[in-house]
Design a binder for this molecule. Structure first.
Ligand code: S3P
Length: 432
């Protein structure tokens, strides 16, 4: 499947993006081990979250789906999961695999987690180490999937000083900590998304926060609850970019999650001159949401604050395109983690931008983008959803058509992307 995008702007529009991927995964996992029912509305009906849903069903959790975006999880309690009859396929999703490994580490049965070619090449040592320190037995292919987690039913609490900023690692350790004897705590080198902590607290779990240290006491129970999932800011970011680059657009994106551990993209774009405002701020239980109003803006390059990287970790494909369209030079540093996402996102964006006539110099953990005019051309997404969507938006301001190859993975996080962008005025065709 490919996208062909013809030059042309988005116009004034009001849109709503699909539910937050990170929160949807967590709602399924935590709802499953809670007591009682959890009704999840605004669920992301995308392939990544469906992999988590299938895995929880395979472990004996009854999950009803009254409609595409509503899921009712009948929690089985902390000790109610059952051994799956087959391997659990996490598809393309690093979040599903790493969080599930934490959950499985605490069970009294064994299970194997597998994934697609991209996921199978991603590093899992980062969770194997702390979960191993807690007493889990995990077998991998030299630190890569498949992962076989032999449940011993006996974990001990640890303190883990995380060497890398990763919400997936933090969440895996906290989930395992629920099953350990003694307290489990983590400190992170930079703040990362805190959806796990917020959702655990709304389910009645006591989380200690002292300085930068998070602590979960063992043997707590979770109470099922209703979870309203906000729109995913990481998906909204593509709409934001299209509106900023347009000549004269005023776009409202309704009900977007604006958890401060996720809003680095807004701060960085504002530092580049973007006109983005948060309207009607409110809470969806523990998670802040707002409507984002975005007006066309003239962007200028900047030195991106490395302190914002972990708060914008999934938005760098968008930011590379913004940098390509901005006047002057944008310098990215401290973004080495992008090399181990669904693709090597520094290399993928550098190659994509260069094919469209923009100059990019890569370094091991950064890039320097010199803004200019995008030409038409054919670009590779490397099967990475966010690369595909970012380069499609670049097509809106290119001087000729942009063809983005291999875009099927967009459905992992943003089903309906082309239709939604088309409704806002982007001239995008989808071809098989
Ligand atoms: C996620 C955490 C991030 C992010 C991913 C989702 C999560 O990964 O890139 O898309 O839901 O916890 P890391 O925490 O490993 O950087």
């Amino acid at each position: 499947m490919l996208f062909r995008v013809h030059p042309g702007d988005v116009h004034n529009a009001t849109v709503a993006v699909p539910g937050d991927k990170s929160i949807s995964h967590r709602a399924l996992m935590l709802g499953s081990i809670a007591d009682g029912e959890s009704r999840i509305s605004g669920f992301l009906n995308g392939e990544d979250c469906l992999a988590t849903l299938e895995a929880m069903s395979a472990m004996g959790v009854r999950i009803d789906r009254p409609d595409d975006t509503t899921v009712v999880v009948h929690g089985v309690g902390m000790r109610g999961l059952e051994a799956p009859a087959a391997d659990l396929d996490m598809g393309n999703s690093g979040t599903a695999m790493r969080l599930m490994a934490g959950l499985l580490a605490g069970q009294a049965f064994s299970a194997t987690l597998v994934g697609d070619a991209s996921l199978t090449s991603r590093p899992m040592g980062r969770i194997i180490k702390p979960l191993g320190d807690m007493g889990a037995e995990i077998h991998s292919d030299e630190g890569r999937p498949p992962l076989t987690i032999r449940g011993t039913g006996k974990l001990r609490g640890i303190h883990y000083d995380m060497p890398i900023a990763s919400a997936q690692v933090k969440s895996a350790v906290l989930l395992a900590g629920l099953y350990a004897t003694g307290d489990t705590s983590v400190t992170e080198p930079a703040v990362t998304r805190d959806h796990t902590e917020r959702m655990l607290e709304s389910m009645g779990v006591d989380i200690g926060r002292e300085g930068g240290r998070l602590t979960v006491r063992a043997q707590q129970r979770l109470r099922g609850c209703n979870i309203q999932v906000p729109g995913d800011l990481s998906s909204a970011a593509f709409v934001v970019l299209a509106a900023l680059l347009a000549k004269d657009a005023d776009v409202l994106i309704e009900t977007v999650g604006v958890n401060p551990t996720r809003t680095g993209v807004i701060d960085i774009l504002r530092a580049m001159g973007a006109d983005i405002s948060l309207e009607n701020p409110r809470m969806f239980a523990a998670e802040p949401v707002a409507d984002l109003r975005v007006r066309s803006s003239t962007l200028h390059g900047c030195d991106v604050d490395p302190g914002l990287v972990s708060l914008a970790i999934d938005e760098f494909p968008v930011l590379f395109v913004a940098a390509g369209a901005a006047s002057g030079v944008t310098r990215f540093s401290g973004i080495g983690e992008l090399r181990v996402k669904e693709s090597d996102r520094i290399a993928a964006m550098a190659a994509g931008l260069q094919s469209l006539g923009i100059s990019v110099e890569e370094s091991p953990d950064g890039a320097v983008v010199s803004g200019g005019e995008f030409s038409g051309g054919e670009v590779e997404s490397l099967g990475d959803h966010r690369i595909a969507m970012a380069l499609a938006v670049a097509g809106s301001v290119a001087t000729g058509p942009v063809v983005v190859l291999d875009v099927a993975a967009v459905d992992t996080s943003f089903p309906g992307f082309a239709a939604l962008m088309g409704s806002a005025g982007l001239n995008i065709e989808v071809r098989e």
